[in-house]
Write a protein that binds this ligand. Structure first.
Ligand code: HEM
Length: 132
């Protein structure tokens, strides 16, 4: 697949579906084992949430546009408003995501680009203060 400028997308450069599926699967395995973060996820089965994050990430990085087809415009901030994303929940989310990124062993430059994006996206989604 090519990106807007006719080059190879980040999605392709890092190994496409296989890489993203492994990343998101590793992430949700960690969410499942973290009761405090897990409590935010409304569904008993994390499978559907895993699917939604996977298709979002694949689309974001230049892969198939399945997210747009299934869910429409991402509007991530709005979609997180039902959940209290406090700074400490953000930190948990990011800690598990970074541990998942560790497992896919990307080349250094790609690894840095991915982590930088994840930090910025997670910061953007904080929508609640710490409960006192
Ligand atoms: C900051 C910490 C975060 C927390 C605590 C959090 C929590 C949640 C929760 C509880 C859901 C609902 C689960 C579901 O899909 O059924 C959700 C959905 C989702 N999150 Fe997050 N999230 C965080 C950060 C992020 C980031 C950084 C991204 C993107 C890079 C992201 C992308 C998504 C997507 C795509 C969905 C599904 C939206 C939809 O189509 O309905 N989240 N998140």
């Amino acid at each position: 697949m090519t990106d807007d400028r006719g080059g190879q997308s980040f999605y392709d450069q890092v190994g496409g579906h296989e890489t993203f599926a492994a990343l998101i699967h590793e992430f949700y395995r960690r969410v499942a084992g973290d009761p405090e973060l897990r409590a935010l996820y409304p569904e008993e089965d994390l499978g559907p949430a895993e699917h939604r994050l996977l298709i979002f990430m694949e689309q974001y990085w230049g892969g198939p546009r399945t997210y747009q087809a299934e869910r429409g415009h991402p509007r991530l901030r709005m979609r997180h408003l039902p959940y209290a994303v406090t700074p400490s929940q953000r930190d948990r989310w990011l800690r598990h995501m970074f541990a998942a990124v560790d497992t896919i062993n990307l080349p250094e430059a790609h690894d840095a680009v991915l982590r930088d994006y994840l930090v910025r996206a997670a910061n953007m989604l904080v929508n609640a203060e710490e409960p006192s």
